[in-house]
Design a protein around this ligand. Structure first.
Ligand code: FDM
Length: 216
């Protein structure tokens, strides 16, 4: 056996239900990686800073309306804009901690009426695949106990319940991406420790090639 460092960075994706503490845990994972001497960077989708991101932001804030398919494709385009950069970072040895990605894209869009799961997956096929999905899970009731919903478009109970259901379906796709479920109802420190042990396992198992998402 060898103690050689992985040949590339790991792509950690954190997904989860609203109010699960995902953004905090992304920051904590990034800190743990850096403290361990592992080069790492954070990323989040939607990336609201680009021109597609600004359209998405105004849609989410409900200052604009858009067809369900059009906004879905914009979310996907917003990821594709970063695809080359993701691969370059990983190959340069930098790990990525990513807050939401294509699974959020499908889970939210496919929770709307007349939006088919496979149709929703199609535009994201071929994106750089994460090395694991760390899913921060809690019941909708527990999430609601953390305070009411905000003002953005999808922050409503009915939608949140459907989205959680969609995430469960996506976790069962046989797409070669490992899902790790973390109980997000624990204390922040417990959640952080669970995520850290998953991250360490993932780092050990990273394969040289960056795989492509949802590609048969
Ligand atoms: N969202 C996020 C989507 O509907 N599609 C996507 O592809 C992505 C990445 O946008 F409601 C939704 C999920 C959430 C909102 O909120 C983004 P945050 O607080 O920036 O994660």
């Amino acid at each position: 056996h060898s103690t050689a460092k992985p040949t590339r960075g790991a792509f950690f994706l954190l997904e989860g239900v609203d109010r699960c503490g995902k953004t905090t845990q992304c920051q904590r994972l990034l800190q743990r990686l850096l403290q361990a001497g592992i080069a790492a960077t954070a990323m989040r989708f939607p990336n609201r800073t680009t021109s597609t991101g600004q359209l998405i932001d105004s849609y989410l804030q409900q200052t604009s309306n858009m067809d369900d398919r059009a906004i879905h494709l914009l979310f996907s385009a917003n990821r594709w804009e970063s695809a080359d950069m993701i691969v370059e970072q990983l190959k340069a040895g930098t790990s990525i901690v990513c807050d939401r990605y294509a699974y959020s894209g499908v889970a939210f869009s496919a929770s709307k009426d007349n939006m088919d799961l496979e149709w929703c997956q199609a535009p994201d096929r071929g994106l750089p695949a994460p090395d694991c999905v760390i899913f921060l899970d809690m019941s909708t009731e527990q999430a609601e106990e953390r305070g009411g919903y905000g003002q953005e478009r999808y922050e409503k109970r009915e939608m949140q319940q459907r989205v959680r259901q969609r995430f469960q379906e996506l976790s069962q796709l046989d797409d070669g991406v490992q899902w790790k479920f973390v109980n997000a109802a624990q204390t922040m420190d417990q959640v952080e420790d669970d995520i850290w042990s998953i991250a360490q396992q993932t780092l050990e198992q990273v394969q040289p090639e960056v795989r492509q998402l949802w590609q048969s």
